[in-house]
Design a protein around this ligand. Structure first.
Ligand code: CA
Length: 225
């Protein structure tokens, strides 16, 4: 997931960049409204964190311009706690959420996750990568003419890997998404489910693989038949 930060308070921007990179997001940061607009127009981002008070063009004008140009990248407005009016105007202008400054790291990450869940929930029922496809409704994993049904946890894991195909998915993140933050699930839980999935993929004869990235996590690598 690629995130653009448009915020002129450099210490805040640097801190957010650092935190997001630690959490395996790709991050670009700009400090000027017009640069923000220019970067956002590239349509390369999955999410934009947008401050309101910016030099050059203010955040709300950036947002309105993007929406007018049919750039639908989800936007989280960053605003001071007192500026409730900004929040309302921001939502009217097409922002998807807001964060009141100062915010905690946990809050920032939670909002980003919530928004990325929402934006993938509109996706098709069929996810695919290389020669492998998965039907979210029937929980069937298929390759060519062969298919088999996955269990619930296997399905959740497969869906996460498919939604992030090609990206390295840290074990912590997979555990958090599947078992929740407060669970006692450990690394070997995820290893067990990965091995179930691999066995089923072998059975299906797919060339797509779940690669182990030593000390980090897993990566789904798509290959065509
Ligand atoms: Ca500012």
């Amino acid at each position: 997931m690629r995130i653009l930060i448009v915020e002129d308070e450099k210490p805040l921007t640097d801190a957010m960049t650092e935190i997001l990179r630690q959490n395996h997001y790709q991050v670009d940061a700009v400090y000027h409204g017009s640069h923000g607009l220019e970067y956002a127009r590239s349509n390369l981002y999955d999410l934009i964190l947008l401050d309101i008070m910016l030099p050059g063009i203010d955040g709300l004008s950036v947002l309105k311009t993007l929406r007018k140009e049919h750039i639908t990248t989800p936007v989280i407005i960053l605003t001071a706690k007192s500026e409730v009016a900004d929040i309302i105007t921001g939502l009217d202008a097409g922002s998807d959420d807001y964060l009141a400054k100062p915010f905690s790291t946990g809050e920032l990450l939670a909002r980003i996750r919530a928004l990325s869940r929402r934006s993938t929930s509109y996706n098709d029922e069929i996810l695919s990568c290389g020669d492998l496809s998965f039907n979210k409704n029937t929980m069937e994993l298929s390759c060519g003419a062969d298919s088999l049904k996955l269990g619930l946890k296997e399905s959740q894991l497969m869906e996460l890997l498919l939604n992030n195909a090609g990206r390295i998915m840290p074990k912590d993140l997979l555990i958090e998404k599947i078992w929740g933050l407060d669970s006692n699930a450990e690394y070997n839980n995820i290893e067990v489910y990965i091995s179930f999935l691999r066995q089923k993929m072998t059975f299906l004869g797919t060339r797509t693989q779940i690669r182990t990235i030593r000390g980090v996590g897993y990566q789904l690598e798509g290959k065509d038949a």
